[in-house]
Unconditional design. Structure first.
Length: 252
């Protein structure tokens, strides 16, 4: 019994030693490219006019970016540029956005207008809902998108706007579902073919937004009267296949 225990202890010790040795070998393998990575990163930063105030350091293949840029998009571009460098295993983006400062209320109003007109003319426009909040230049995006493109488009608009210091993107991409697509089409037809509600299709930047998630319908946007809100809710509730309707329309 003692011999078996001693053998087990030796096996565990050998396994731990081998694990440590492999880890050290892997660490040395990544670290040996640090000088080469640093030279390449320095060259890329030097060649980019928007990154002249950015510095970098490399340790074990991980690049840390510091310094300042004018736009949040510049910060994103810097990280994306460095991720493509050979042998880079990760990027820590500690760059500070130090461009102009815009009052939160003014920045929120400007972004809300831009986002309202985003995706106008596309078939998915009425089926996406994006909301935002701004605090100390940090923009938080929430809502639901039918697919990745509307989410990425909203982020691109915000990232390129002066005054934005950071972005929290919590927009949810809805699951792919033919069932939900059918309900979206039926709900849009029920609402926009109504003689009272049809006028909300005339301003593509302010439609009644129809979000469908696993058969559950939520209505967003603003309407001119309580009657319009109630009618929209009734029309949505009459759609075959919809499990529930949450009417979050706001009366102007």
């Amino acid at each position: 019994m003692k011999t078996q225990k001693r053998g087990l202890v030796m096996t565990i010790a050998l396994t731990m030693a081998l694990t440590v040795l492999l880890s050290m070998t892997a660490l040395a393998a990544t670290g040996r490219y640090d000088q080469q990575i640093q030279q390449t990163v320095n060259a890329k930063i030097h060649d980019a006019k928007k990154l002249q105030n950015v510095s970098s350091s490399v340790e074990d293949g991980i690049v840390t970016l510091t310094g300042t840029v004018d736009l949040y998009q510049d910060k994103l571009d810097a990280a994306n540029k460095i991720k493509k460098v050979a042998n880079v295993t990760g990027v820590r983006n500690d760059i500070t956005v130090a461009g102009e400062t815009v009052p939160d209320a003014q920045l929120e109003q400007k972004l809300a207008k831009k986002l309202a007109y985003d995706r106008v003319g596309y078939s998915d426009n009425a089926f996406n809902y994006v909301a935002l909040g701004v605090k100390d230049g940090v923009v938080t995006l929430t809502g639901d998108a039918v697919w990745d493109v509307p989410k990425d488009s909203a982020l691109a608009i915000v990232a390129r706007t002066p005054g934005v210091k950071d972005v929290i993107n919590d927009i949810n991409v809805l699951p792919v579902s033919r069932f939900d697509d059918t309900i979206r089409a039926r709900t849009a037809a029920a609402i926009y073919r109504d003689s009272v509600l049809g006028r909300y299709a005339s301003d593509p930047a302010r439609p009644i937004r129809i979000v469908v998630d696993n058969g559950h319908v939520t209505l967003y946007g603003s309407v001119q009267s309580t009657m319009d809100k109630n009618i929209a809710g009734m029309r949505a509730s009459s759609v075959a296949g919809a499990f529930s309707v949450d009417n979050k329309l706001v009366v102007d």
